[in-house]
Design a protein around this ligand. Structure first.
Ligand code: SAM
Length: 287
């Protein structure tokens, strides 16, 4: 795609020399204000992406279109969000694909929803169950500010613990306090071979979720993992890990909907999978 100059209504990212970042929606006649001075939006509308401009106090800001991850980190939040490092593995490990139908709960601030919408594309659908009415409007605002309001997003204000009224989803993604209470409903709402993904900040939640998945009798290939993201500082001879990192966000549990088996469901944890891939463990025979 050819470079596109910024236009009215675009959401852009302004970065100063210290690495501070702000997401701004461009509107004619408005000003972006910071403690380092201001920039008129009219100087940015029509400018090339990547341009650097000075405020009236001489501070330099570089303007660029944000990645979805930048936007999600900067947008207003009503709730904790799923961080980009975890979003990335949810998309790959749950194998989100264009055209997939996904059930998500809850909506929260819409960070994960935005990534799911992008992954399934216009031919897919994302249905979100959210119990808190007051969270829905701000999350929708976040979603609309990222781009065109998606026609393939359906938000239901309801409690998913009461049941799932829609059905035959390719994927189910849960980020709420008690995902184990959704497991019995997910059993009938997820198509055979479909994938469920749960994000849990606490390992106690993981234990209960895995127990529920095992007890349900229709889930297998259960795997729990966490993603450790460690940025590095690379400047001249100083090449080392960054002094600070996000120590913990959450754990991710994935499971596949399988035909009911009489015995206990097979459990595959991340260490086993790695060992198997590296040939340290023999690959298990098919049942
Ligand atoms: C941590 S937030 C989700 C954040 C979201 N994944 C994001 O990235 O922005 C959890 C959300 O689940 C919602 N929730 C909690 N229990 C629920 C339930 N039983 N049914 C539907 N939504 C629920 C909460 O109101 C909250 O909005």
């Amino acid at each position: 795609m050819a470079a596109r100059p910024f236009s009215e209504g675009d959401t852009i990212l302004l970065l100063d020399r210290a690495g501070n970042r702000r997401v701004v929606r461009l509107r004619p006649g408005e000003r972006f204000h910071s403690h380092k001075g201001f920039l008129e939006h009219d100087r940015l509308i029509g400018a090339e992406e990547g341009i650097s401009l000075r405020t009236q106090t001489g501070a330099v800001f570089t303007a660029i279109r944000p990645r979805l991850a930048d936007y999600a980190l900067e947008m207003p939040r009503s709730t904790a969000i799923v961080y980009p490092k975890d979003v990335g593995i949810i998309l790959v490990w749950a194998d989100m694909y264009p055209g997939a139908t996904v059930l998500e709960s809850g909506l929260g601030s819409g960070a994960l929803t935005l990534a799911l919408l992008r992954a399934v594309g216009p031919t897919g659908q994302v249905v979100v169950y959210e119990s808190r009415r007051d969270f829905i409007a701000p999350a929708l605002e976040n979603i609309r500010n990222w781009g065109e309001p998606p026609a393939n997003l359906l938000i239901r204000e309801c409690d998913i613990y009461d049941g799932i009224q829609d059905g035959d989803f390719d994927r189910i993604v849960l980020d709420l306090a008690e995902p184990w209470r959704v497991v019995p409903h997910a059993l009938s709402a997820l198509r055979m071979g479909g994938i469920a993904a749960c994000y849990n900040p606490s390992i106690i939640q993981v234990q209960q979720t895995v127990a529920a998945l095992e007890a349900a009798g229709g889930f297998g290939m259960i795997e729990t993992l966490e993603v450790l993201y460690r940025p590095w500082h690379v400047k001249g001879m100083a090449v080392r890990p960054a002094h600070q990192m996000v120590g913990h966000t959450g754990f991710l549990t994935f499971a596949r909907r399988l035909a009911v088996r009489s015995g206990p469901t097979e459990r595959l944890d991340a260490a086993d999978r790695t060992a198997e891939l590296e040939g340290e463990l023999p690959a298990r025979p098919l049942p």
